[in-house]
Design a protein around this ligand. Structure first.
Ligand code: GLN
Ligand code: ZN
Length: 792
């Protein structure tokens, strides 16, 4: 099928024929598969249970099924409506490998053809015994994690890997013209970190021209293959919080797109659609408007309609309006969205060409709400997952073209669902009065010195106390037991018995290893958020609602639809059981309010800060119950504190205020002699160190191993006064660190932070690891702690 072409502009001697841009599209679609086919295929391969050919066939089948599903939902297969955004692990890693940007330590994996094979690609993602993988970090303010490319002055940046082209041709052979999707050059470089050994002052953005040259080669290759459109994602443009000045980001954008859009003519290259998502483009919009890119995407869910004067400058381009939320699961307010689209079209004025889209890739939402049969019909009727969102963009495009009356029925249905949702009694309950009655004392603990003394007296811990972050391996037996309860072949009582036995094993193991502060191991938790969501009013759990967290890892976020309240103790039975088995202190384990929100789909009918306080109140009651059960240490995990940090600096203070307030409401009921820990899953603190301090936790554990303790410099600079556990064992990789390696990291820690403030721990929970790895690594960790303790 040949897309309809239409001439555009005067072309200044160039062929400016722009291919037809579809009226409706999605910026990306979940890659994991409705039944987590991706996970199953790659994990079988990693475990040696399948051959490379099996994996390649499974990935191809998944891509084909996805294209087929999108076509069945109504996206035309012939015009580039269907995004070609599949990734076997991560789209940033895909961009890095497409550009040949393989770190020097992996250079030997690059074949003579300049390409990495799939096992080589996975080696960058996961490490391979001796070599550390690329660092894993949050993708903007989402719960997706990407692999951080490492770019130095000499890192190769050469188009050579034709993965993207291959996928386009594969689809074309099936009769589907996809729209390939890749991270754009500015975002790619801003997401990268300087390679080891790069000179001081070097920034990956210094390599802009080289990167752009590589993109240009990619564009030519796609042009030859006949790709009508290429989507270049530039979400980095919506953030003003990079380590380079905004001017430089804008100048890089201008330069990159001058080279790619003006520098190459059509049809030598595909038409370019630059999308951002995750917020408004702000002052990057005029830059893109001035460029010759053929389409620009606007996130109209997170960002308002740009001013009229700016809209008018977009006229010759296709404006791809992201009006369907790619980040949340609620059915779109179709009337509001259509109104926005009409205002956008009017604002652009003569020649406006508006396409309807999602605000971001649908990567962040599950596949299909229709499968959630166990939810009440009412709740299900409020939801739109990826497939429903595809339908919504199509309905909106239809309404924009033919008028609302022509598609009245879906509009009426959506309005009715919305009305029912707002009127539901569960969305406004008595918890509001309890919150309104709180005063400042509910947010304040005793002064730290007093707490420190009381805790030391109660716990009597050595210098450099050793502990873990909470979870121990979720073994196949544990998962099987949980599945059996769901199937009804194991009784609830038998399940609880099995979990108690598991807790006992974990306690004994920790005693044998010589850890100072024990945990119960969290065997009963399917997931650190879902577990609580299932026990709290106001949340609903999905059955099939998996979303990709990183690589093959998925989570099943709960849906927070109403006011939150605790029905009864949630963790006391398990933590209490562990404590009853040992004389050593046992640390209770809770998930913090921000993390519960960040990893759930949240209400869109009230500010997040309000919802956070409701969750905090429930946790506060839980801590009181743990306290009453004699638990002397409670950890409130907030790994997501940074994840939700607004991408625009102006919005940050407000966010940090409400998140700190929520944490403090949750924890400030704890008496002085109860030690409050928190755990944060990242190592870049710059922007939130002050907020972490204001959490007022007695002990904060953070991720540090992957970045080789870079975090210590920040901590020292900030003069952080309470205790800190910089994670020394990178649990994201199967590699077992040696005693020497751990000792070295601890020595670095001791050199940077007074030893009396230091804890020794892995950098996150152990649930994804195997016992072999964990036992050896913790043995080494304890040995290293003892070795360093002996030198103090
Ligand atoms: N306590 C949790 C665990 O150990 C913390 C996990 C996390 O930080 N993501 O699994
Ligand atoms: Zn963590």
């Amino acid at each position: 099928m040949t897309p309809t072409a239409r001439p555009q502009g005067d072309g200044a001697g160039r062929d400016r024929t722009v291919p037809w841009f579809p009226d409706a599209t999605v910026l990306g679609y979940p890659r994991i598969g409705p039944n987590r086919e991706l996970k199953k295929a790659v994990e079988a391969f990693w475990a040696g249970r399948s051959e490379l050919d099996d994996l390649l066939a499974a990935l191809e089948a998944l891509r084909r099924e996805t294209r087929g599903r999108l076509a069945r939902l109504g996206l035309p297969p012939g015009d580039g409506s269907i995004p070609g955004d599949f990734s076997a692990y991560d789209h940033v890693l895909d961009a890095a490998t497409t550009l040949g940007a393989v770190p020097a330590r992996f250079a030997d994996l690059v074949g003579e053809d300049g390409m990495l094979d799939l096992p080589g690609y996975f080696a960058l993602a996961r490490g391979d015994g001796q070599r550390a993988p690329l660092e894993l970090t949050k993708w903007f303010d989402s719960n997706y994690h990407y692999l951080v490319p490492e770019i130095g002055p000499d890192t190769p940046l050469r188009y050579g890997d034709d993965r993207l082209l291959f996928k386009f041709l594969e689809a074309a052979a099936d009769g589907v013209t996809t729209r390939p999707v890749m991270v754009g050059p500015v975002t790619f470089l801003l997401l990268s970190k300087p390679a080891a050994g790069a000179p001081a002052g070097f920034h990956p953005l210094d390599r802009l021209d080289d990167a752009v040259a590589a993109y240009a080669d990619l564009l030519r290759a796609l042009g030859v293959a006949g790709a009508p459109w290429l989507q270049l994602d530039e979400p980095a443009l919506v953030s003003d919080a990079w380590d380079v000045p905004r001017d430089r980001v804008l100048a890089a954008t201008e330069r990159a797109y001058a080279a790619l859009a003006d520098g190459l003519g059509r049809p030598e290259r595909p038409a370019l659609f630059v999308s951002a998502g995750y917020g408004p483009l702000g002052d990057a919009l005029p830059v893109l408007a001035r460029s010759a890119v053929e389409a620009v995407g606007l996130d109209l869910v997170r960002g308002a309609l740009p001013p009229a004067a700016e809209l008018a400058t977009l006229a010759p381009k296709v404006v791809v309006a992201g009006v369907v939320d790619g980040r949340n699961v609620w059915r779109t307010d179709l009337d509001a969205a259509l109104g926005l689209l009409e205002r956008l079209r009017a604002g652009i004025g003569e020649g406006a060409r508006v396409a309807v889209a999602t605000s971001t890739s649908l990567l962040h939402v599950p596949h299909d709400a229709a499968r959630e049969k166990h939810l009440s019909r009412e709740l299900r009727g409020w939801l739109a997952f990826a497939d429903q969102k595809v339908e919504e963009v199509l309905i909106l495009a239809d309404a924009l073209a033919r008028g609302r009356e022509a598609v009245a029925e879906p509009f009426a249905e959506a309005a009715e669902a919305r009305r029912a949702r707002l009127a539901h009694p569960g969305v406004r309950t008595g918890v509001r009065e309890r919150l309104a009655a709180l005063d400042d004392t509910a947010f304040t603990r005793a002064p730290y010195p007093e707490r420190r003394a009381a805790q030391q007296a109660r716990l009597g811990l050595p210098t450099l106390p050793t502990t873990t972050i909470g979870s121990f391996p979720q073994t196949p037996e544990i998962r099987r037991a949980r599945a059996a309860v769901r199937r009804g072949t194991l009784s609830e009582a038998e399940y609880r018995q099995a979990m108690r036995a598991e807790i006992e094993r974990v306690v004994r193991l920790q005693e044998r290893l010589g850890l100072d502060v024990l945990v119960h191991g969290e065997p009963e938790r399917n997931d650190m958020v879902q577990y609580f969501a299932e026990l709290l009013d106001g949340f609903a759990a999905t059955e099939h609602g998996w979303v990709q967290s990183y690589g093959s890892r998925c989570t099943r976020p709960a849906i927070l639809w109403g006011d939150v309240a605790r029905r009864g103790p949630m963790t006391v039975e398990w933590t209490g059981h562990a404590a009853s088995l040992t004389d050593r202190p046992v640390k209770g384990m809770l998930t913090g309010p921000v993390t519960i929100l960040a990893w759930s789909f949240v209400r869109d009918d009230q500010p997040l800060g309000e919802t956070a306080l409701q969750v905090a109140l429930a946790l506060r009651d839980e801590i009181a119950d743990l306290e009453a059960a004699g638990i002397g240490i409670v950890q409130v995990d907030e790994p997501a504190l940074r994840e939700l940090l607004p991408l625009r600096t102006a919005e940050r203070a407000d966010y940090l205020d409400w998140s700190v307030r929520a944490f403090r409401l949750a924890t400030s009921g704890a008496p002085a002699h109860t030690q409050v820990h928190t755990h944060l899953c990242y190592s870049e603190f710059g922007a939130i160190l002050g907020a972490i301090d204001r959490l007022d936790a007695d002990v904060t554990s953070v991720e540090a191993a992957r970045s080789r303790m870079e975090v210590l410099a920040d901590i020292r600079r900030a003069g952080f006064g309470r205790q800190i556990g910089p994670g020394v064992y990178d649990i994201h990789s199967p590699r077992v660190p040696s005693v020497d390696e751990l000792t070295e990291l601890l020595e670095a820690a001791v050199a940077a932070v007074p030893p009396r403030q230091l804890w020794v721990n892995p950098d996150c929970g152990l649930k994804t690891r195997r016992y072999e790895e964990v036992t050896a690594a913790l043995e080494h960790l304890v040995a290293a702690a003892h070795a360093v303790r002996a030198t103090l």
